[in-house]
Structures are given as C-alpha cells and as structure tokens.
Write a protein that binds this ligand. Sequence first.
Ligand code: PEP
Length: 249
Amino acid sequence: MGKYIVAGNWKMNKLPSETYDYVKEVVEATKGSNCEVVCCTPYVCLAPAIEAAKGTHVKIGAENLHFEDKGAYTGEVSADMLVDLGVQYVIIGHSERREYNNETDETVNLKTKKALEKGLIPIVCVGESLEQREAGITMDLIAIQIKKAFADISAEDAKKVVIAYEPIWAIGTGKTATSDQAEEVCGGIRKILADLYCEKCSLEFTIQYGGSMNPGNAAELMAKPNIDGGLIGGASLVAENFAAITKSC
Ligand code: PEP
C-alpha cells in the first residue's frame, strides 16, 4: 500500500575499503528494481557508500543516530553529521540495539523526532521475542512500541516514517515468519496507525517485513497487501541475493 522500499542492514559487516566497490555492485545488480533500494551501512562505511551511490537509484542509510544535536556525547553521531555526509535513511530501534545498547521506546521516539526534524527518513523497527509470541502478546507489545515511537509526531510527519516489523526470533536465524504470520502483524500495525492518525493516512505508510528474508521467500512475503518491502540483514551482504529480493517487489 505504501511505497515499496527494500533496505539492506549491513550491521557490523564489511570494511570501509570494501564499501565503494560493493555499493557499485549493488547499483548494477539492482537496476530496474520496482522499489526504492537502500543500503544502511556502519558509520565508517557511509562516506564511500555515498560516493559510490552518487547519481544512481541507490540511497544510503545509517544504522543509528543520537537524538541530541551536538555536545559531550563521546562516540556518538548526530543527525546533522549524517545529513552533511548525504545520508537519507536511518534505522532506529533495531532489536539488536534494544538488546545490547539500551535502546528503549523512549529513545526510539526521541531519535525518530530528531531524524524527521533534520529530513532523514527513519526506519523504525518493532517486533516481538519468541517468548512474547508464545505468550500471545505480540500485538499488545507491538501496539505499545508503535504508540511510543510515534508520540508527539504529527500525521504529516508520521507518514514519512518507514516501519519495519521484525520478529526477533526470525532475525539472523534462518526462521522466517510465514507470509500469513507477517501479514497478520503488518496488517495489525496498519490498524494501529489508522487509530493513531486516520484510515486514509494509514494506507500511505511503508511497512516492511524483516527476519531472514531471502531470494526464496521475498516474493511471497511482499505479495501480501500490508507488506511493502523488506529490511534485509544477511542477504544484503551478497549483491546478487539482495538484488533478487529488490526484484521480487
Ligand atoms: C535485520 O537484522 O534487520 C534482519 C532482518 O536480519 P536477517 O535478514 O539476517 O534476519
């Protein structure tokens, strides 16, 4: 329903010295894809990635940002720094950052607002653990994550946010959610957005699925009405696989 966007999340993989050539490979391989193609790279890879993507259809994103403008935050990177480099997208609230880096629904909200203020497109990640799924609280948890992420964000701004539904149990495990399971939650997210904003606005959001998406399952997942693309970890590290996913849209 929203615009199709397929974004790679390189995580802590690939070296700055490999990045230029790899992004060039992605540019070639993804030509003719019927979706927006994004590579989200580690901070240190952003400059060569942007150089390689300049003037092409591929957009570059970061994997995180800080919610303050500037100051004494050793080791952090601000939205202005990303914009100054030419970054267009930023992943916020990935489950790995929630688990290992104290990311909370509150910091996700602060970062989402900062990204929007500075003109970056946030890719906000939500998703449940296996325990939460088995306890039957998936949609309750997702509703909390979405409501908190979008607190104090107007409908006009909210529609610029990409939401990535990523069941934690499917990330990097090879265990993909079935297309029905993914559609059920993505459709549920659209209903939450309709309640928060309006029915018509909810149709404009891009809602991605992420979690072991690969060339073999991408077409079936993205054929579902509420799945508008994917956030891709492992399969984004091989250009041929990533391109096959972008061509499944
Ligand atoms: C991710 O980390 O966002 C992800 C979906 O990883 P993978 O595709 O490797 O499961």
